[in-house]
Every structure is written in structure tokens, then in C-alpha cells.
Design a protein around this ligand. Structure first.
Ligand code: ZN
Ligand code: ZN
Length: 251
């Protein structure tokens, strides 16, 4: 399993794209699709027209907006450039079907694409994409907004992506004994903000869950002004890496 960070920042970070992750197993899967991550996806050299599954953690714009550009490009490629594109499955928390149906019906050229689009909302159940097992779990982020994290298992290795999350039991359970956890490190521990983890809490989750390796990501600009790695390390003794765009980790 390979994980490539397409975006380690937030909406208006000056040097980092917003949230997006490329996971390569027997499948090529995207986790979230925030602004400027499409350009980083192109830089990886991976065939974007081969992506069949996109998993959304929630629908804040910093996790979603490049999907609009990506989908428009996919339609043009398949309709006007003679390209073949496999069917596309879009998966997310409660609200996914309502939102994406509205987008498909409303945006110019989005309706009746020349490939099948399937919309799915996750339940508590794990599901398979080919030989890759995906376990979704609700996390606590913003009131009245469904948000999930994802656990991805393939060939005996496990990675977890928190999406955006506060400290919560659900997140610790999702991360249990994972080889690698990518956690929302929006803020430094000394300048915590609402509705996200700070660096110290990332370390705490990693320790309580017994993860093998912690990747800090989703930085607001203020998180880059402090040593978030050291802050996480005060609560977690395992390996910690600070995420950056286009960093690839092999499990
Ligand atoms: Zn969010
Ligand atoms: Zn976010």
C-alpha cells in the first residue's frame, strides 16, 4: 500500500494544497479532493482517468472543491476527447447523495456523463473495494455536519485517515493498532482552535490507539509557525512525520 499526500494544508495556505490523499493498493483511491490537490495528483503521474473511487470525509470546501474541476475534466475527456473512463463511485457520509445529486443536476455538462456514476453513503459497516477493505467511522468535527474517518486495510497493512476531527473515542477506536495514522493537525498545541485536533491531541490519539506511525497533516498556517512534531512527541513515543505535499509513504 502506498499513500501519497496530495494536500497537507487548508483552503488558503500559501504553500500547501488543502486536504487530499492518494491511496494505491490493488485500487487507486482518493480520500478527499480539496483545492489545489488536482494539480498535485497530476504531478504524481498517476492516470487520473483510472480513478474509480473517491471517498469524502465531509463536505467542507477544503476537502471537496477540486472534485468539481476533476469531474468536469472527466466528462470532457470521455465525451469529447474519445477517452475511456471506467465507472466512478463517490462515497461519503450522510448528505453525500443529496449534495452530489444536486451538483450532477445543476452544473453545466455534469448530467448524463458517458460513464456510470454511483453515489453511496457509508453506514457503520466495512466494505470492500476489490481486495481493499474500508472501514468508515463517524468522528466529531462540527455540530450538525456528518463527518467520517476511514480505515484502509490491504495485504495485512492498515492506514487511517481522520478527516477533520476533534479528539473523540470514535477516532481512537478507528486508529486502533493501525500501522499508520494521518491525523488532522490544524493547530499547534499552544494555540488550539475549535473543531479540530491540535498537535498534542494528535500525539495523544496515536498513543492511546497504539499506532505504528503518526503523520501530521491538514495544517493551518499557524501550525507551521511552531514545532508541531515536538508537541505531538510529548504524548507519543512512536515515529512522527510532518506531512508535506507529494510525500509518499510505503507500507
Ligand atoms: Zn472540516
Ligand atoms: Zn478541513
Amino acid at each position: 500500500m502506498h499513500l501519497t499526500i496530495l494536500g497537507s494544508g487548508t483552503n488558503v495556505h500559501p504553500t500547501r494544497a488543502a486536504a487530499g490523499y492518494l491511496v494505491q493498493t490493488d485500487q487507486t483511491i482518493l480520500l478527499d479532493f480539496g483545492p489545489r490537490t488536482l494539480m498535485n495528483l497530476i504531478k504524481t503521474g498517476v492516470d487520473r482517468h483510472g480513478i474509480t473511487h473517491i471517498l469524502f470525509s465531509h463536505f467542507h470546501a477544503d476537502h471537496f472543491s477540486d472534485f468539481i474541476t476533476f469531474f468536469f475534466d472527466s466528462v470532457i475527456y470521455a465525451k469529447h476527447e474519445g477517452g475511456h473512463r471506467p465507472d466512478m463511485t463517490l462515497i461519503g457520509p450522510r448528505g453525500t447523495i443529496r449534495l452530489l445529486t444536486a451538483i450532477m443536476r445543476t452544473f453545466p455538462s455534469f448530467s448524463r456523463p458517458p460513464f456510470k456514476v454511483t453515489l453511496k453513503e457509508v453506514s457503520a459497516k466495512a466494505f470492500m473495494i476489490g481486495a481493499t477493505r474500508v472501514v468508515p467511522k463517524p468522528v466529531v468535527h462540527v455540530p450538525d455536519l456528518s463527518s467520517v474517518g476511514y480505515r484502509i486495510e490491504y495485504q495485512g497493512k492498515t492506514m487511517v485517515y481522520s478527516g477533520d476531527s476533534q479528539y473523540c473515542d470514535g477516532l481512537v477506536r478507528l486508529c486502533a493498532e493501525a500501522d499508520l495514522a494521518v491525523l488532522d493537525c490544524s493547530f499547534p498545541a499552544n494555540k488550539p482552535g475549535p473543531v479540530h485536533l491540535h498537535a498534542g491531541q494528535c500525539g495523544q490519539v496515536a498513543r492511546e490507539a497504539g499506532v505504528g506511525q503518526l503523520i501530521l497533516s491538514h495544517f493551518y498556517p499557524i501550525a507551521d509557525r511552531y514545532d508541531v512534531k515536538a508537541q505531538a512527541g510529548e504524548r507519543y513515543r512512536g515515529k512522527i512525520r510532518k506531512g508535506r505535499d507529494l510525500l509518499t509513504i510505503r507500507l
